[in-house]
Design a protein around this ligand. Structure first.
Ligand SMILES: *Cc1c(COP(=O)(O)O)cnc(C)c1O
Length: 419
């Protein structure tokens, strides 16, 4: 099942009260589930010294969640000035932060290097002379091009705007060494939402092979290899989970072999977002209308502003109705928001139990790239975020947006350029 049953057991008995107290709609995240997933991730890679997860802040950019990551010793993968500011707001500094930008601006570099700096992950060879002052540690993002196929979601690496080519690897490290960089890493991200662990193992193998090349040609020992994010989760009930244990065993074995052959072992970094928080969040929304025209519609009090993935990618998010069991007699409905866009649908022709006005719907797997992707088109406001804590209490960790928030950018000092 997409949403872990332990999360269901913790949440569902309380959900009517939570919905009454906080009012719908809201995303709610499961503290215990996030901590358990983090602990298990660390466990799988504990034989590789220096293993560290850098949580991809863009997946769930809420300080309360980032603090959970921090409590597990994780760092943060940031790709914008706002994400840097968020990570630093909870005390992350220097090697706690990886800055993985692309099409990087001078402002991005200044922000990344200010306030204790960070590990810079450079997306292109042309950026080397543009870094105002090189930090001690940098890495490059590698794009294997035709050497890898990527997966259906992230697409063909040859068409991806990210990273340096295979031929640019040696010159890039050489140039950075000449600029005085002391420690190096190597990064790549070739898949997204991939549940076949063999992809990640291949990625580790590919980076280790480049590490061997760099040792031979430049005498360079890489401090770390970063295999990126992209670990997948099952959004559909019939899908298998990623075999994280096999991934851990197989990657650890590759690192061991590398050490035997080359006399040193780089650390392993990863920057998962979805895997860490995706299944540990749900969007809770209430049915407010039913409509029977050419199709049957259930209108809910949330819309695309809370969750873009179905409308944007046609992504499947499993839906349950609180206290109603699915059955083979269920009739297909479209579950819709109120935005003036026909793709504002959480589900299309989905068999669901008969829904009445007032029923509570649970939309699964919104813990990553859910609230964060929300937008304000059509003046639709983003909902609040709640945290179901380990002690059973529920806390609001972000309030819902207001019209004042929406109109804030209309208050400014007038300035006119006269002809
Ligand atoms: C988006 C992103 C991630 C996180 O991806 P997930 O699919 O959430 O694991 C990690 N690294 C980079 C560079 C990204 O752009």
């Amino acid at each position: 099942m997409p949403m872990p049953s332990a999360f269901q057991n913790r949440l569902f008995p309380k959900l009517t009260d939570i919905a009454q107290h906080f009012a719908t709609p809201f995303h709610i995240y499961d503290e215990k589930g996030i901590l358990e997933t983090g602990a298990s991730l660390k466990q799988q890679f504990s034989s590789i010294p220096g293993f560290r997860e850098y949580f991809a802040v863009k997946a769930l950019p809420n300080p309360s969640i980032l603090k959970l990551m921090q409590s597990m010793g994780f760092g943060f993968d940031c790709s914008s000035i706002a994400e840097l500011a968020l990570a630093r707001s909870i005390g992350a500094r220097a090697e706690d932060i990886l800055f993985t930008s692309n099409n990087t601006s001078p402002e991005d570099f200044s922000a990344a290097l200010a306030d204790g700096g960070c590990i810079l992950n450079l997306d292109d060879i042309s950026l080397i002379p543009k870094v105002p002052e090189m930090p001690e540690t940098i890495c490059f993002r590698y794009n294997p091009g035709p050497r890898r196929t990527g997966n259906a979601i992230i697409g063909n690496p040859v068409e991806a705007k990210y990273g340096i080519t295979h031929e640019q690897v040696i010159p890039a490290y050489q140039m950075a060494m000449e600029r005085g960089v002391k420690h190096f890493g190597l990064h790549t991200m070739v898949v997204s939402n991939e549940r076949n662990h063999a992809y990640m193992v291949e990625t580790a193998r590919m980076l280790l092979s480049l590490a061997a090349d760099l040792l031979t040609s430049l005498g360079l020992r890489l401090s770390f290899l970063n295999i990126g994010g992209g670990l997948g989760i099952p959004y559909r009930p019939e899908e298998d989970a990623l075999d994280i244990a096999s991934m851990g065993v197989e990657i650890t074995e590759l690192f061991r072999e590398f050490k035997e052959k080359h006399g040193y072992m780089p650390a392993l970094l990863m920057e998962s977002g979805r895997y860490m928080t995706g299944p540990h969040g749900v969007l809770v929304t209430r049915a407010i209308n039913r409509k029977d025209t050419y199709r049957h519609y259930v209108g809910v009090d949330a819309c695309m502003s809370a969750l873009m993935r179905p409308g944007m990618y046609g992504a499947y998010h499993h839906i349950e109705v609180l206290n109603k069991q699915a059955s083979p007699q269920d009739k297909p409905v479209d579950v819709v928001g109120s935005l003036c866009e026909n793709n504002d649908k959480f589900a299309i022709q989905r068999p669901l139990p008969p829904i009445e006005e007032g029923d509570i719907l649970i939309i699964h797997d919104t813990g990553a790239h859910g609230h964060a992707m929300g937008f304000n088109y059509n003046g639709q406001l983003r909902p609040q975020e709640l945290l179901l804590r380990q002690d059973g209490s529920t806390a609001r960790i972000r309030r819902k947006e207001t019209l004042d928030d929406l109109f804030a950018t209309l208050h400014f000092e007038e300035t006119i350029l006269r002809p």
